[in-house]
Write a protein that binds this ligand. Structure first.
Ligand code: PEP
Length: 255
């Protein structure tokens, strides 16, 4: 039996107006009553515009809220950005950081992820720190060094006492939104590797408590096998989180 509490998060990306979000959450509330999710963490990460409304809808349930990014400064002249305090203000408990789409299209680096992760923790927000190699990197076979460096740099200087608050998401870029998931064995290998990096950073005891999610084309059909791997403690779900039935099936697959 796993000691770590499973965590399933839905990354809605740039999908759903407020009205569409309400429709999805209404269905999720019917499919995922608290009795079903009492032994796991379920996190919804809608776009910023829908956070407040969705937070209202799930306020009396065990479903938790997360955002998809944030800035590391508390406030200031940063047009278009949003702070940890603002996310807390709309009841977020989690924030996704360093998603590969942000690394690829918006210049996110492990250094900025590190600043954001520290700022999130300082505001009692749990960072979901994404790492993962591109297809080119996997084919060159240097992907292990790349993932190791992403974890080290993104979590640099975080106090060991806060390690348990951090969630790491291993998301091979070639598996995101492609329908081609990593095999359970491929994912498990990298998750075990990530845990050795966490042990170097925080000590083995603390590393054993950090949750590592897999992300990349998780669907009802592959969730159970992926989630049954020793070091896979949950899933970060993109496309399949936009459909109440699919997301529910994935949540139920986490034991
Ligand atoms: C993601 O965006 O984090 C993701 C894993 O997407 P998908 O599930 O659609 O591959």
């Amino acid at each position: 039996m796993k000691v770590r509490r499973p965590i399933i998060a839905g990354n809605w990306k740039m999908h759903k107006t407020v009205h569409e979000a309400q429709t999805l959450v209404k269905s999720l509330l019917l499919e995922l009553p608290d009795t079903i999710i009492s032994d796991k963490d379920v996190v919804l990460c809608p776009p910023f515009t829908a956070l407040h409304k969705v937070a209202d809808m799930v306020s009396n349930t065990s479903i938790r809220m997360g955002a998809q990014d944030m800035h590391w400064e508390k406030e200031g002249a940063f047009t278009g950005e949003i702070s940890a305090t603002m996310l807390r203000d709309v009841y977020c408990r989690y924030v996704i950081l360093g998603h590969s789409e942000r690394r690829q299209h918006f210049g996110e680096t492990s250094q900025t992820v590190n600043l954001k992760a520290k700022a999130a923790l300082a505001s009692n927000l749990r960072p979901i720190v994404c790492v993962g190699e591109t297809l080119e990197e996997r084919e060159k076979k240097d992907f292990r060094a790349i993932v190791r460096a992403q974890v080290r740099e993104s979590l640099h200087g975080i106090a060991a006492e806060l390690a348990e608050e951090v969630v790491v998401a291993y998301e091979p870029v070639w598996a995101i939104g492609t329908g081609r998931n990593a095999s359970p064995a491929q994912a498990q290998e990298v998750h075990a590797l990530i845990r050795t990096v966490l042990a170097d950073l925080f000590g083995a005891k603390r590393a054993a408590k950090v949750r590592i999610q897999y992300g990349g084309s998780v669907k009802p059909a592959n969730a159970e096998e992926l989630l049954s791997q020793t070091d896979i403690d949950g899933a970060l779900v993109g496309g399949a989180s936009l459909d109440a039935r699919s997301f529910t099936a994935i949540v139920k697959a986490a034991k």
